[in-house]
Design a protein around this ligand. Sequence first.
Ligand code: LLP
Length: 433
Amino acid sequence: MQPLSKVLPPSAATTPEGHLSIGGCDVVALAEEYGTPLVIYDGGLLRDTMRRYVQAFRAHDPHTEVIYASKAFWAQALLRMAHEEGLRMDVASGGELFMALHAGFPADKIVMHGNAKDAKEIGEALDALVGLVVVDSLDEIALLDQLAGERGRTQDVLVRVTPGVKPSTHKYISTGQLDSKFGFSLEGGLAADAVAACRAAANINLMGLHCHIGSQIFELGAYPAAAHLLAQFVKEQGGDDLAIMDMGGGLGIAYTRDDDPPSVEEFADVVMDAVHAEWDAAGLPRPRVMVEPGRSVVGRAGLTVYRVTGTKDIPGVRRYAAVDGGMSDLMRPMLYGATYEALLPERPDAEASQSLRLVGKHCESGDVLIQEADLPEVGRGDLVCLPATGAYGVAMASNYNGVTRPAVVFVDQGKATLAVRRETYADLVARDL
Ligand code: LLP
């Protein structure tokens, strides 16, 4: 288990019977009680990470706000925890807004995102009295102005800027470059047009800028590069209505033993020092900084346990092991070529003796969880666990092939609490008329 310590929660341990335990709970017992596939979150680690985020950023400036990007994982239990820990909430659609409000999140702490908000969603945000709307297009600014006016109120907004910085990450999760469906580019003057449109709108109150350069970022140098361009832009635009600078999310996590992501504290130091240095150098008053992490809050705290349904050997080719889940609960390998580690919860310390292809149960050849998984002997009925599936795992789950979505359980100090029940066959037909 030692080589996997970077991808497992720090609470990972071996029980006296030699099983994997997380948060003081035996993973084999959890799989028996709740069934598989099962997504297990270390509740203590979730809370700790939220606290570390708030402390690390507020150490630089007590007014800094940490906004959790709920798209990474949105169970009600998690949203309630984020509120208890003093985070704000990023929602990217009417549905995410509903889930945050349903969890009791105060509307004024909610930041409404989305590159294609429709009138219904904008109306929902206005009616809920969300704290900030991040505007993403000129059409949206006009519509928001109109809908706010109809309600006789003004809405605080941030303008989403794409600074033209390209972080080193997968192209599907890179968002800060010029050619992007998100936001307003600095280049070509789109961002300046957006600021002007907000200033001219009677029912919009411009509060600042937003910038999310991408996701799963290890090289933090892209943040100072973005901060430099943003400070220049704020200077050009003048005015004291650009007082908030939301620097987005993006900090990466370790998916494999070879990954070495920066810590939350290093991320906070780089972002805060860069913003302060750039705003100081431009002779501007320091902004109120916000950050919007998703993956790095929940990723390492979650792991998925599957049961092996069978193995096969193709002579001279390879061995396959199939499990009872796959692309319906973990899209990332298929969508981004993402890599994961695997271990056996029944014998986490056993030496790997073979390399096999770990595949899911879906009718797609591409439904491969791990191309080359190094594992001990494994056969039908064994449990296999993939660490670091806490972000964008169940959040992107589907019902492809009529596969029901997994249960989610939180563990902490030896206690397990079911957070999301397993989907049932009845759920599969519940919407059909
Ligand atoms: N803020 C905005 C505006 C975003 O679009 C995102 C992520 C975040 C914050 C949070 O970024 P994070 O800290 O999680 O990197 N499904 C992909 C990731 C998509 C990220 C989308 N936006 C994946 O599984 O890698």
